[in-house]
Unconditional design. Structure first.
Length: 284
């Protein structure tokens, strides 16, 4: 009997111990994780990093010492992943993932692009893993930024700014990329294929990048034939005509675009075609 009671007690203790071992509580991380995905032309870039808060602390020159290599955030080193080649501050980066270390100073930061994108902190940082370094001048924010933030700003079809900000400090570095050759190859391939062709998109790229306006007009005319009630296509045709010097044609096209947009109750393209009409008339 005693032996049975002992066995039962032992089983109860083991069960309780196993239950306690499995028990967990959910707590918010001290530094939240963030992933930022940004289109760069026909490609994209991804930032992966952790975001510490100020929590009433002095950051630069204290929590983050001046003159020392910093992981640029919290936990793992911040990582930039590229799908296509990019120039960053004039240095070329091939597709891949890269660690972003920094050395903050009051009047100048050193940005380090490292081949090591898998490192916790900067404790095991190795300078021989640097791909390149460059210096940037920090800007002073007019308000304190509580949470460490990285992102992309001033994004155009060929460039962007990669920004790092915390406390009252902001740094920015230029990203540049030339994808024209790849885009032109894709247009040539699409326009030579059988079946439906992207006439409007091809004409739009030619117009936006000031290429062969005769070819752009040829394509946009086909787009108009395929969608004769589309005011946005007429707007592109009118703009191509204006750039080509055919002002009378641009005026006629804009008037037709206004009529179609009005019938469709599309105020945006009434406005845009009206602007084209006035511009062409003033240029005439």
């Amino acid at each position: 009997m005693k032996k049975s009671l002992l066995i039962i007690a032992l089983i109860s203790v083991l069960s309780l111990t196993a239950h306690l071992a499995d028990a967990q509580i959910k707590l918010p991380p001290a530094s939240s994780a963030q992933t930022v995905v940004q289109s760069l032309g026909i490609s994209k870039a991804t930032l992966t990093y952790h975001r510490p808060n100020m929590n009433g602390r002095k950051i630069f020159g204290d929590l983050v010492p001046y003159g020392e290599v910093w992981r640029t955030g919290a936990n793992n080193v911040s990582v930039l992943t590229l799908e296509s080649p990019v120039l960053i501050a004039g240095y070329e980066l091939e597709p891949g993932s890269y660690g972003i270390f920094t050395i903050p100073r009051p009047d100048q930061w050193t940005v380090i692009i490292s081949s090591n994108s898998q490192q916790w902190g900067a404790y095991a940082y190795k300078q021989e893993e640097d791909l390149f370094r460059f210096n940037v001048t920090p800007q002073t924010l007019n308000h304190a930024l509580e949470t460490f933030t990285m992102g992309f700003a001033d994004v155009t079809p060929n460039s962007a700014e990669l920004t790092i900000a915390w406390e009252n400090t902001l740094i920015s570095m230029s990203l540049n990329f030339d994808q024209d050759e790849a885009i032109m190859e894709s247009i040539d391939e699409a326009m030579s294929a059988s079946g439906n062709k992207p006439y409007f998109q091809a004409a739009q790229y030619y117009y936006n990048n000031d290429k062969d306006m005769a070819k752009a007009l040829e394509w946009v005319n086909v787009a108009v034939e395929n969608s004769p009630e589309a005011a946005h296509i007429l707007l592109l045709k009118g703009r191509i005509q204006q750039r080509s010097g055919d002002l009378e044609g641009a005026i006629e096209t804009a008037q037709k675009g206004i009529e179609l947009a009005t019938n469709a109750n599309n105020s945006e393209y009434v406005r845009l075609n009206t602007q084209l009409l006035e511009s062409a008339r003033n240029q005439r």
